[in-house]
Design a protein around this ligand. Structure first.
Ligand SMILES: C[S@@+](CC[C@H](N)C(=O)[O-])C[C@H]1O[C@@H](n2cnc3c(N)ncnc32)[C@H](O)[C@@H]1O
Length: 191
């Protein structure tokens, strides 16, 4: 898949890259920004790239393999950036980039369950190899308060009440299995 990194020129300008510097990309995704940063570095420069999605780490490591040891991909949450970078023996960095959200690849892969443009199992885990709850678990077993919190805090959804009500009503009779089922249910709840 061809991926165009968002505002890449502005991002690179904003980082004011020193060719010998050390940079961190907290959200490698498809490696678009990472590739642009690496092109600006000398053989002494280094980029540490985080992503919590093992699939993203594998693809970027392969795609940017020609940069060799200039790139260090790290599988993990960027909230651990300080300790993980320190563990690599790096005392300070010259710039940090964060391109928050989901990647084009995650959205365009139906079985990841991020998009209602495809009918796929409700998953939505950033790391499908981790034993963490899926969207299926939350939608079918989450408490009223938990669903409310998710919709208000992460969805910024003011009309959370009819959605939570519809989820609780439907799941009493059958599990809500797919992205389309959930999308249809939301559409019905919010005419
Ligand atoms: C918008 S994409 C980044 C695209 C990237 N800049 C590019 O040019 O291809 C966001 C990426 O951040 C990752 N991500 C989201 N939250 C994260 C977190 N807390 N820690 C690490 N990675 C995260 C996602 O897995 C996704 O791959």
């Amino acid at each position: 898949m061809k991926h165009l990194p968002v505002l890449w020129k502005e991002a690179i300008e904003g980082l004011r890259i020193h060719p010998d510097g050390v940079y961190v990309d907290c959200t490698l995704g498809g490696g678009g920004h990472a590739g642009k940063i690496l092109e600006c570095l000398s053989p002494e420069g280094r980029l540490i790239g985080f992503d919590c999605d093992p699939e993203a780490i594998r693809r970027v490591a392969e795609r940017l393999a020609p940069f060799g040891s200039q790139l260090t991909p790290v599988l993990g949450n960027f909230r651990e950036v300080r300790s993980r970078v320190a563990a690599l023996g790096i005392k300070s960095v010259d710039g940090i980039l964060m391109d928050l959200g989901v990647s084009t690849f995650q959205l365009a892969t139906p079985e990841r369950g991020f998009s209602f443009l495809y009918d796929a199992p409700l998953d939505m885990r950033m790391n499908q190899e981790a034993p963490i709850p899926t969207a299926y678990d939350l939608v079918n077993h989450g408490e009223w308060e938990e669903l409310k919190e998710i919709l208000i805090r992460f969805g910024e959804e003011k009309r959370w009440r009819p959605i939570v009500k519809a989820i609780c009503r439907v799941r009493k009779n059958r599990p809500i299995q797919s992205t389309k089922e959930l999308a249809d249910l939301v559409e019905e709840a919010l005419p």
